[in-house]
Design a binder for this molecule. Structure first.
Ligand SMILES: Nc1ncnc2c1ncn2[C@@H]1O[C@H](COP(=O)(O)OP(=O)(O)OP(=O)(O)O)[C@@H](O)[C@H]1O
Length: 575
């Protein structure tokens, strides 16, 4: 947790001020009982009203100063803790943005969300408590003991008996509570995971009448978390009555022995009053420290989880010396590319070699799971190749900065994903500088203009989160427009025409051909009709290249291609 406190740097002067204010507040607190004792022993005993009034005013002033310090420290602590939370969240977010897909796979989305929200809040809360108690609680305990001993050393023996007893209770409770606190965060992760899956998969869950099963799954995760939370609360609720009981018992003992000592003339009444107040302060501070000990382990478990994210370096980083002149033409060459996903037994692609030239259409076809999307992931450097290389205009993609590499590519993913905003915003996502004309032109080429014009507010129509208010084909066309507005050197279409009807698919390909004549086109497809006219077709079979050529050449030479074609086209279409 201490390591996370480096993010407190912008607030360091505030932290010093808070600690100083809490120090002053504690001194004021410790001074009050002594003033009270003086009022009783000097003022009341001697019937000196003037002394009582003067000391009463002093007491009020000291109490006012203490309160002012406390309130100001509270205000500054809240601002500092909230600011700290904001900085850590910002840092975690920008760090995670640099992660490759490998790191996303490692942590999982649900855990990443808990880490960025709840875990940071845990640390933030403890920081708030720490700033207020870090110095003041020990000071109150030590100062209280010193003052109590100064009032009556013998009577302090009561404290000597009680403090170890209290410490014992704290240690016992902490040893029970700490493991539970740690497991709370993991259970929260699980709850978030189930909740997230439920929300994103709601259509499938409803369609398959799995609502009950999902309710049970959520119920179990919820129950598990609640059970732990109840155990924790039970422990916490035991600690306070025990503390209070010990506090009251010790006060009774102090009164008992104190009155005897007053009777014997060893002690004054005022000193006994002050002594009881010091005893209360000491025992109350001990309770606060015990609270801190309970909260720190949970927060440090959270801090470990946050640090895990912050300490994970993205497995894909820009090279130290980025190639000065980024490629501009955009011819793509795969040279003996081999790659396995982390933990997979078999490589997803093996020894894949082909070239996609500028101004040409290169298509990749193959059965499901044959490695088509993997090739796209590797070209965009979402993952790095295990063997071989991918070159753009002769430069290895690992020698380029990720920004310049991805800046050259207009990527249309297999699963179209839109963002909340307007239709125009979603197309502009591809190029922030695009004018309204360029956006509309991209939509025309992507065959999206027609359905956009039918929307009530046209390009300003609202897109819901994830684009749920658009059909699959409409979403695909909007993501194609998003890639087009970029006017990139390389287009990558990962099975991006699958949701379009044959007529729209054909119209779109014609329009694209005219628009992208000097770019490199890489089209991943399942449908032969989509790629029949490509300049080069790469046939993938189980991660390996089974053939490369034009439609005609492959029909003659490649068995795998012939099988795909036979399963999809009629005799006339093939001819
Ligand atoms: N993130 C991942 N982690 C582990 N294995 C993966 C991952 N993504 C894909 N795979 C595996 O890699 C292989 C190739 O997958 P890929 O997505 O490239 O196939 P594809 O040809 O694009 O299939 P489809 O046409 O069905 O989309 C498959 O066996 C798949 O199970």
């Amino acid at each position: 947790m201490i390591r996370l406190f480096r993010f407190l740097k912008p607030y360091r002067y505030w932290v010093v001020a808070i600690v100083a204010l809490m120090f002053l507040q504690s001194i004021a607190q410790l001074y009050l009982p002594t003033l009270m004792a003086d009022i009783v022993d000097i003022g009341v005993m001697h019937g000196d009203t003037a002394y009582i009034i003067t000391m009463g005013v002093v007491m009020l002033l000291v109490a006012a100063i203490g309160t002012l310090c406390n309130v100001t420290a509270g205000f500054l602590s809240s601002k500092t803790a909230a600011g700290f939370g904001k900085i850590v969240r910002g840092n975690v977010f920008s760090h995670v943005e640099r992660f490759s897909l490998q790191e996303f796979d490692k942590f999982g989305t649900a855990s990443m969300i808990t880490r960025t929200t709840n875990d940071i809040t845990q640390v933030q809360q403890v920081l708030f408590m720490l700033m207020r108690m870090f110095l003041s609680a020990p000071l109150m305990i030590v100062g209280g003991i010193v003052m109590a001993v100064s009032k009556d050393a013998k009577l302090s023996l009561v404290l000597v008996a009680v403090i170890p007893l209290l410490t014992g209770v704290i240690v016992f409770v902490a040893s029970k509570g700490i493991p539970l606190f740690r497991s709370m965060q993991t259970k929260l992760d699980r709850l978030n995971l189930v909740l997230r899956e439920n929300l994103t998969g709601i259509r499938v869950i409803r369609a398959f009448n799995r609502t009950d099963r999902e309710r049970n799954r959520f119920g179990e995760a919820n129950e598990d978390l609640t059970r732990t939370a109840i155990k924790v609360t039970r422990i916490m609720s035991v600690i306070f009555p025990i503390m209070l009981l010990l506090l009251n018992l010790s006060l009774v003992a102090i009164m008992w022995f104190g009155s005897i000592r007053i009777d014997l003339g060893f002690m004054q009444v005022g000193d006994l009053i002050a002594f009881t107040q010091y005893a209360s302060q000491i025992l109350f501070s001990l309770t606060m420290v015990s609270m801190m000990f309970m909260m720190i382990p949970r927060a440090s478990a959270s801090a470990v989880r946050i640090n895990e994210v912050l300490n994970t370096s993205p497995s894909i980083a820009d090279p130290a010396a980025v190639k000065k002149s980024a490629p501009s033409k955009g011819s793509v060459e795969f040279q003996n590319v081999t790659f396995s996903y982390p933990g997979a037994e078999q490589p997803a692609v093996r020894n894949v070699s082909f070239t996609a030239e500028t101004g040409e259409i290169t298509a990749i076809i193959g059965g499901t799971g044959s490695g088509k999307s993997t090739l796209v992931n590797l070209l965009l450097r979402f993952y790095d190749v295990d063997g071989g290389s991918i070159r753009i205009d002769g430069a290895d993609v690992r020698e380029l900065s990720q920004e310049s590499l991805r800046g050259m590519v207009g990527y249309v993913p297999q699963k179209a994903s839109l963002f909340s905003g307007t239709v125009a915003d979603n197309i502009r996502f591809g190029n922030e500088a695009a004018t309204r004309e360029q956006i509309e032109h991209a939509a025309v080429v992507a065959q999206a203009a027609e359905f956009i014009s039918e929307l009530k507010e046209g390009y300003d129509s609202h897109v819901s989160q994830g684009g749920t208010n658009f059909s699959g084909g409409q979403k695909q066309r909007l993501s194609i427009a998003r890639a087009l507005v970029r006017n990139p050197a390389i287009y990558v279409f990962d099975d991006s025409f699958s949701a379009l009807d044959f007529k729209t698919d054909a119209k779109l390909r014609d329009a694209l051909q005219a628009e992208t004549s000097d770019a490199t086109m890489l089209i991943v497809a399942q449908r032969v009709s989509t790629i029949m006219n490509a300049d080069r077709i790469v046939v993938l079979d189980d991660g390996e290249v089974a053939g490369i050529g034009t439609h005609r050449e492959l029909l003659d030479s490649c068995e795998v291609y012939r099988e795909i074609v036979m399963s999809q086209l009629s005799e006339e279409e093939i001819a």
